[in-house]
Design a protein around this ligand. Sequence first.
Ligand code: ATP
Length: 332
Amino acid sequence: MTAAVTFRSVSRHFGAVKAVDSVDLEIAEGEFFAMLGPSGSGKTTCLRLIAGFEQPDGGEIAILGTSANGIPPWKRNVNTVFQDYALFPHMTILDNVAYGLMVRGIDKATRHKAAEEALDLVKLGGYGARRTGQLSGGQRQRVALARALVNKPSVLLLDEPLGALDLKLREAMQEELKGLQKRLGITFVLVTHDQAEALSMADRVAVFNEGRIVQSGAPEDIYNRPKTRFVADFVGSSNILSPSLSENLSGVRRWTSLRPEALTLEPGNGRLSLTGMVEASSFMGAVRRIALKVGDSTIHANLPAGAAIPDDGQTLTLHFAPDALNPLEDAA
Ligand code: ATP
């Protein structure tokens, strides 16, 4: 099968800054792919390289099996939804959505019909006559999405599309976007620094750091088996155990990571344990979060909200399955 997007050793430098540093990647057709990483890690530049707003200094980019090097944005079957939506305030919603078709010379009746269908897709049927100022932030976001979808792109690029929305709306839109992507079967490439967003929506996640992809895989792999301290720390909250603490627990001297939810009060068969002093215990609603001082380290555990926990300063032993201790590749 042809890949939707392929990067072979793609680089883009700005002066001394290696924004994208020899990146290889392959995004399958129909896949929901997320680029996740901290600010400045090169995600947006990768997206702009796919869109054609940037040209690589080195390497090869292909879209649907055809080399995209030197092909201008409007000749790529790719559309972008920007974080700030970039809507035209003086136009109606319908004309905003139909804009891309107008530029391509599609007649008014045809483009309005297509725009109405796109508005239906994002659940804004009947809003066409309004102007952008009469819409909420969430609705504007949907208009921006409809405006990209109306062009029936093979690849839809989403640059922090939900960043401006409040948490509740963002979570609702995450489910909706994922549902829409599955129904339409269009390849989605999402840029986000929000790990929960990437994990919940994407089929596959690439974690970026300093212009490079440091790990890519299914959300479950990235979360359960981070390869480095950076990924363990950036994706979800993880305890990072020093080589000496790991050695005390498991006999193997190396960096490891351990998720707070892997720790329990129950010993169980074959489980490992660690004992420390309770430093803090906070009720978080769904869970009780414990900070346990173990040697020089502080280990966090998410226990059931109703768990009976000794007072601060008292000793507590927690238990975990041996395979919850995840080996990291960082040098010990
Ligand atoms: P954010 O989440 O903040 O958008 P990002 O991971 O998308 O970050 P990029 O926007 O790709 O990161 O930027 C990567 C690096 O390249 C940063 O150091 C940035 O300052 C630099 N950079 C990006 N575009 C340009 C440009 N046009 N000129 C100079 N430097 C740039």
